[in-house]
Design a protein around this ligand. Structure first.
Ligand code: PLP
Length: 423
């Protein structure tokens, strides 16, 4: 009997024993094309020599040193690299071990910022119903996936949720994309007015929505309008690029494509590319300076934050993305993937939408293309697609449609940036 506590207690999973490029294999020689990089993690594929060498070199030099006593060369170099390429205004990097930790740090930093600014009434966070920000309690509270939240609701902080920006479902037939983007963003204005701007900490959103929706990009102008509303009321804009960042959409930071500048930006997944667990929270100089000149202490921390080996890995990953021209590759292969999906499934009676950016693509599955009616959840479409693909040698990332009770099941594809045409 296994003593591992698996995610699904009744799943009988093969043991992965090795990987090379875009494939993972088991001891019996079965192999799977990693079509979703796990959960949009393995952006360089498996067995990348440069990353492995960087990790080994750091292990030989120094595996770990506590950040209460030391900084480290790889953490400093990685922070420099990220900030040099980040949207204007972001100046400091707080390294953690994954996505949920980055979100927790962001939420607490945002609250502490207002306390130190002398505005302790700012206590409300606003997020969107179509979102996933992680499974720790703060991140879960920010997320909008009811199925994930339901049984833990007594433990969750109060976060207000507004409608997502979801053109396939919510754009009116007579409405231009820009007008829809503005209308969706104005939901934030309405919620801020309801709560009173002086009571609001900030707004958190994924630039391209991943796990809850299958690679949903924003409508044109949506985030520009969101930034405007945040500026008008002094709200902090927190962008969650845990899944869509690190080049996944074809630019290092996903928000570059919408031309916006967040106050706080979270990343993880692709930053370690699966070779080490690492996440990061980037914040503006204004936020950092407020804490530095105030209490001088961010009241938050984890034992493994700023882990030197994880930072050495992250540095090797970002260098690989840059030196190998992988952002261009994500754009060309992403366009190819979109075209291939449209060619193959564009007329499929149960594929309602094919969307995304770069190598971050989603298919929304519906019972009826005309009415966009989702499948009955009892049919477990997402689970069946997952197992059918897996049996056929493909790892992809299907999820049931659990938002607002009216969204379709979807399949997320997020292959390694090195994926070839034939793969
Ligand atoms: N934020 C987003 C957008 C995510 O997709 C995820 C994970 O899927 C998280 C946060 C949480 O990250 P982690 O699973 O590393 O805690």
């Amino acid at each position: 009997m296994s003593h591992v506590f698996p995610r699904h207690c009744h799943a009988d999973l093969p043991a992965a024993t090795g990987g090379a490029g875009c494939y993972i294999h088991d001891a019996a020689g079965r192999r799977w094309l990693d079509g979703s990089g796990g959960a949009a993690v393995s952006c360089l594929g498996h067995g990348d020599r440069a990353v492995l060498d960087a990790i080994k070199a750091q292990l030989d030099a120094l595996a770990y040193a506590h950040t209460g006593f030391f900084t480290s060369e790889p953490a400093e170099a990685l922070a420099d690299h990220l900030i040099a390429r980040a949207p204007e205004g972001l100046e400091r990097v707080y390294f953690v071990s994954g996505g949920s930790e980055a979100i927790e740090a962001a939420l607490k930093l945002a609250r502490q910022y207002w306390v130190e600014r002398g505005e302790p009434d700012r206590r409300h966070l606003i997020a969107r119903r179509q979102s996933y920000h992680g499974n720790t309690l703060g991140a879960l509270a920010a997320g909008g996936n009811e199925w994930r939240r339901a049984q833990f609701s007594p433990l969750l902080i109060d976060v207000r949720h507004i409608a997502p920006c979801y053109a396939y479902r919510d754009q009116r037939p007579d409405e231009r994309a820009e007008d829809y983007g503005r209308r969706a963003a104005d939901e934030l204005e309405a919620e801020v007015q309801r709560l009173g701007p002086e009571n609001v900490i900030g707004f958190i959103a994924e630039p391209v929505v991943g796990a809850t929706a299958g690679a949903v990009p924003p409508a044109p102008g949506y985030f520009a309008r969101i930034r405007e509303i945040c500026d008008r009321h002094g709200l902090l804009l927190i962008l969650d690029e845990v899944m869509c960042g690190m080049g996944r959409t074809g630019t290092l930071y996903a928000c570059e494509q919408d031309g916006i500048r967040p106050d706080i930006l979270c990343m993880a997944k692709g930053l370690g590319a699966g070779y080490q667990p690492i996440g990061a929270m980037l914040c503006s100089g204004t936020i950092y300076d407020t804490i530095r000149d105030g209490s001088g202490f961010f009241q938050h921390g984890h034992t493994y934050q700023g882990h030197p080996t994880a930072a050495a890995c992250g540095l090797a990953v970002v260098q690989a993305i840059e030196e190998r021209g992988l952002l261009d590759r994500v754009q060309t292969q992403g366009a190819r993937l979109q075209a291939a999906l449209e060619d193959r499934f564009g007329q499929h009676p149960h594929v309602g939408d094919i969307r995304g950016r770069g190598l971050f693509r989603g298919l929304e599955l519906v019972e009826d293309r005309e009415t966009k009616a989702p499948f009955d959840p009892a049919r477990r479409i997402a689970a069946r697609i997952k197992s059918t693909c897996f049996d056929g040698g493909l790892v992809c990332y299907p999820m049931p449609g659990t938002i607002d009770g009216k969204r379709g099941d979807h399949v997320l594809l997020a292959p390694p940036y090195i994926i070839s045409d034939t793969e």
